[in-house]
Design a protein around this ligand. Structure first.
Ligand code: CTP
Length: 402
């Protein structure tokens, strides 16, 4: 039973799929654990389970209409969104996922969804052919790229008679995942995880800079997966076009000097540090405060090497699990092993931007994970969120063996 300070506001969105009947059990699990639950149902959800069932189990009115007849709740969607510590959509139909991914707000739930600033957990449920349909996959991946959490779907017998992927995971699994996201449980509960992401930008003058093509997708995925395991996560991010993940402390930096300061300052208190940022190895010396004017002559830039942050962390390391990345195009494994040893890492994640589906600004990655002792695990091509989950699982194992 949650103590007062651990008592959370759970906003449960139920959409119209056969799995809607499982939302009764999900509501009961949250209430039994001492959390307060408010339920929003779509019109279609009411065809599968009655609002009375969920109102009785949650001890709260169920919200369905955008404009209730009483006219009492003029900003009802904002009030509900602001109330929530977590929004759980279970089941999430293909229709809901499509609308949410495209900013369509045509009922109460789809209007609350973009208004909520809390973490959001989505549990898809649908027929396997619908799940595999490219537009549904695209919409779902789009939601994940916005920093939402997901659980399932499972494979197995579906209500429609098909066997395949699309079945909503069991209420217990959704409940446990929500508790982890709220940092109330999970394999990294109580652990502090520091992740660096994206690139640095080193000024040439007041308007130009040197940088690289790292988007931050891998690092943001790592921060989200660590959070989904209950960790307290700090994300130190260089410039990136990605949405700041919810429930994660963000520290924004621009240059290698700023990144070094932000990461080193938080190192001692961290249990796990993952350096996924592509830090610039060189920075222009003494960039002028104004814009350099064009002349007929060639322009030569003097570059100073920047601090190797990961190497410094390797020297400072005490109890931390320290993970680095290696970006290699030639003699990849040998070079990565050298980096693993010289920077005193626990393991290194090797990627080659020239492999198809890997590298900068893609949603997928193909990596090798190299442990101390030289063991190389070649992972298949996966989404960056899946790669991140694999990395987090290895970190959990290392922490457990310490
Ligand atoms: N790294 C760092 N500080 C730097 C450069 C790199 O902390 N100034 C970290 C990266 O975050 C990554 C690891 O070191 O985790 C390896 O980065 P990579 O660019 O592959 O290698 P470098 O050590 O910079 O060597 P090279 O570019 O010559 O391959």
């Amino acid at each position: 039973m949650a103590g007062d300070q651990d008592k959370k506001h759970v906003l449960l969105g139920v959409t119209g799929g056969i799995a809607a009947y499982k939302s009764a059990e999900l509501t009961r699990l949250f209430v039994k654990a001492g959390h307060e639950v408010k339920v929003i149902m779509t019109g279609s959800a009411c065809e599968f389970i009655t609002p009375l069932t969920l109102a009785t189990l949650s001890n709260n009115d169920v919200a369905i209409e955008m404009f209730p007849e009483s006219g009492e709740f003029t900003t009802r969607h904002i009030d509900l969104a602001d109330w929530a510590d977590i929004l759980v959509i279970a089941p999430a139909t293909a229709n809901f996922i499509g609308k949410a991914a495209n900013g369509i707000c045509d009922d109460l739930l789809t209007t609350v969804f973009p208004a909520a600033t809390c973490p959001v957990l989505i549990a898809p449920a649908m027929n396997s052919n619908m799940w595999d349909y490219p537009a549904v996959q695209e919409n779902f991946l789009k939601l994940l790229s916005y920093g939402f959490y997901s659980v399932g779907p499972d494979s197995g017998d579906l209500a429609c008679g098909w066997v395949g992927r699309g079945r909503m995971v069991e209420p217990e699994t959704i409940f446990l995942k929500a508790l982890s996201i709220l940092s109330l449980s999970g394999r990294l509960m109580g652990k502090k995880v520091l992740v660096s992401a994206s690139r640095t930008e080193e000024p040439i003058d007041s308007v130009r800079y040197i940088s690289n093509r790292s988007s931050g997708k891998m690092g943001y995925a790592l921060a989200l997966e660590a959070k989904a395991e209950g960790a307290d996560v700090v994300l130190v991010s260089g410039p990136s076009g990605l949405t700041a993940p919810r429930g994660i402390e963000m520290v924004r930096v621009t240059t290698a000097v700023e990144m070094a300061e932000a990461v080193k300052k938080r190192f001692d208190e961290s249990d796990v540090v993952i350096m996924s940022a592509a830090v610039s190895d060189y920075a222009p010396s003494n960039p002028p405060a104004s814009k350099i004017k064009k002349t007929e002559a060639a322009l030569h830039l003097d570059l100073d090497s920047t601090e190797d942050i990961l190497r410094s962390l390797g020297e400072m390391k005490k109890k931390q699990v320290l993970v680095g990345f290696a970006l290699e195009t030639d003699n990849a494994v040998d070079n990565a092993i050298k980096k693993l040893e010289s920077k005193n890492l626990d393991f290194i994640v090797l990627n080659n931007p020239n492999e198809s589906g890997a590298g900068f600004d893609t949603d997928t990655n193909r990596v090798d994970i190299i442990s101390r002792g030289g063991r190389v695990d070649e992972l298949p091509l996966m989404s960056k969120r899946e790669v991140a989950a694999e990395i987090i699982t290895r970190i959990v194992k290392l922490l457990n063996s310490m």
